[in-house]
Design a protein around this ligand. Structure first.
Ligand SMILES: Cc1ncc(C[n+]2csc(CCOP(=O)(O)OP(=O)(O)O)c2C)c(N)n1
Ligand SMILES: [Mg+2]
Length: 378
């Protein structure tokens, strides 16, 4: 019988009672980004941690400056600087245990270095050498990821697999504000929440996706609010306050480790430099905006707190700067050495079994290199 024929007999009734699957209120981010430095919460922060964060920030700023200089000297093909974002980079590395995994984007070289990666190896890809340039298993740092947001589902997969195997592993995945518009962001967050995978998503909202400002990227109240749609907590933090980022990330890591599932953290920060050395930021933003952010600088903020509370003196500040100079000099020296490269390496590790096309190209290159070594044709 069709619905039309049933018409007379049909008695509308209310649908089964509906209830939200959970109270969304606890998932909502705070109205203001969380801050520690310059607030009462700072008194509770561990002085040793603050000093460690400071030393790493100073080293990180110097690393950014040195890597940028290397692009101008032709030693690096490209460098996406994290100047101004060092608090997020350093806190991400320090919030993890050795057994955890970091999933960085192309902007997060510093996080990888703060986690222990060799500063030169971390730049291999950006110098144009082949593949990742480091062993991801050594420090549990996944390859620096250039395709936006693709590192997020990888992090979820690894974390979920670890949980199934009973391994105590948390994955921390980093992504930019622009990356949150990618399908991979949605898929990763959805799977993470459904599986309650031990993952922490750190969005560095640095204001821009190359030249596209956040206002053209999203109409959401904040990127942290997106968490609610997936059923995980969203947190907002001042991304230039290293103590606050470290605390929020550490809380989320602990929560994930205890089986509480994923968290989405939006760190409000600012990309002080251009997108990369290949970009001219003056074409899409004014100097006054950059200057405003320089007044809320992650290093100055922490240095001020440490000095005010007598936790560091001039000698301590100088020691951090000296250590950063030593690192920069070593980076410079090693990056100025020509790497010994074999062009044939290009074909290794592409597939487990090379395709016929790759075999053909390999033979062609080999023949060309051989002809070259025989000297110029007469
Ligand atoms: C899938 C994909 N699409 C486009 C690009 C080109 N691209 C490189 S960086 C970038 C902007 C990303 O901005 P955001 O996620 O905010 O990160 P930020 O560079 O600010 O750290 C774009 C569109 C890319 N790398 N991958
Ligand atoms: Mg951005």
């Amino acid at each position: 019988m069709t619905v039309m024929e049933q018409r007379g007999a049909y008695r509308p009734s209310p649908p089964p009672a509906w209830q939200p699957r959970m109270d969304p209120a606890p998932l909502l981010p705070d109205a203001e980004p969380y801050r520690v430095l310059g607030t009462e919460a700072a008194a509770k922060a561990d002085p040793d941690l603050l000093r460690r964060l400071y030393a790493e920030l100073v080293r990180g700023r110097r690393y950014n400056a040195q890597a940028t200089a290397l692009t101008k000297q032709g030693r690096l093909a490209v460098y996406p600087s994290s100047t101004g974002q060092e608090a997020c980079e350093v806190a991400a590395a320090l919030a993890l245990q050795d057994r955890d995994w970091l999933f960085p984007s192309y902007r997060d070289t510093l996080a990888a270095v703060a986690r222990g990666l060799d500063p030169v190896q971390a730049l291999t890809l950006l110098r144009g050498d082949w593949h990742t340039g480091y062993d991801p298993y050594e420090h549990r740092v996944a390859p620096l990821c250039t395709p936006l947001a693709t590192q997020l589902p990888h992090a979820v997969g690894l974390a979920h697999a670890a949980r199934l195997k009973g391994d105590d592993v948390v994955a921390l995945a980093m992504v930019g504000d622009g990356g949150t518009s990618e399908g991979d962001f949605h898929e990763a967050l959805n799977f993470a929440a459904v599986w309650q995978a031990p993952v922490v998503f750190l969005v560095q909202n640095n204001g821009f996706a190359i030249s596209v400002p956040l206002a053209k990227q999203t109409a959401a109240p904040s990127l942290a609010h997106k968490a609610v749609g997936y059923g995980m907590p969203g947190r907002l933090v001042d991304g230039n306050d290293a103590a606050a980022v470290h605390e929020v990330l550490s809380d989320a890591v602990r929560h994930a480790r205890a089986g509480g599932g994923p968290t989405l953290i939006e760190a409000i920060t600012y990309r002080v430099d251009a997108h990369t050395n290949a970009d001219d930021a003056t074409r899409y933003r004014g100097d006054s905006e950059v200057e405003t952010w320089r007044g809320h600088d992650p290093i100055a903020l922490l240095e001020h707190e440490l000095t005010e509370r007598g936790l560091i003196d001039e000698a301590g500040i100088q020691a951090a700067r000296d250590a950063a100079e030593t690192m920069a000099a070593d980076l410079r020296d090693r990056m100025n050495q020509d790497p010994a490269l074999d062009p044939m390496d290009l074909f290794d590790h592409v597939y487990a079994e090379p395709t016929p096309q790759l075999r053909e190209q390999r033979a062609q290159l080999q023949a060309e290199l051989h002809a070259e070594s025989e000297g110029p044709h007469r």
